[in-house]
Design a protein around this ligand. Sequence first.
Ligand code: BG6
Ligand code: MG
Length: 221
Amino acid sequence: MQTSACIFDLDGVIVDTARYHFLAWKRLTDQLGIHFTEEDNERLKGVSRIASLDIILEIGKVNADENQKHEYATRKNKWYVEYISKMTPDEILPGSLAFIKELRNAGIRVAIGSASKNTPMILERVGISELFDAVADGNIVKRAKPDPEVFLKAAELLDIEPQRCVVFEDAVAGVQAALNAGMMCIGIGSPGILKKAQFVISGLNEMNLMKLRILENEIRS
Ligand code: BG6
Ligand code: MG
């Protein structure tokens, strides 16, 4: 079965925003007296804002009620938005634009499937809002990855069956979400970490349509 659509996670696949998340969480954890490291930050990849906060509070053994949690998450997001509002098109990861344009020229539909509520702002800042046929993000889904909701929603918006979609993902929870959606998944990162992805590359600069066709034949047959 041939691929009719490609769905891209945003953070870590098309742009590298993990460092901005880290800087913003670090400002919050410094204020709360929690020791938070870049290694801890790895655990937050693909994880929703509120679930990330829960992990951080657990690391710091800090208790907070719902109101406090809401205030902490809002504080962190304010700083995060300050960082991403300064992003430029130079921050698009190598190979992403060329691959997405190649797909579009071949009639393959493209969508974003991201947990981030800041997706529209990031797409706008790096100048690629017009590149996607659909955007499924944290503003329209309720259940976080590994729940398949965000990818199923993207497929629905594109009007393409899940079995004809390929997901590109850098997070373990995101790979699982793609598989739960019944989609083929190409991991972006390390094969040792993204063990369940059907194929892993280090970045979209290693991908092109011919390679995708070869992979889908091997994986879907
Ligand atoms: C994901 C990131 O894409 O979006 C996570 O990998 C982040 O680190 C999540 O927590 C939610 O992002 P936001 O922008 O809604 O806080
Ligand atoms: Mg990601």
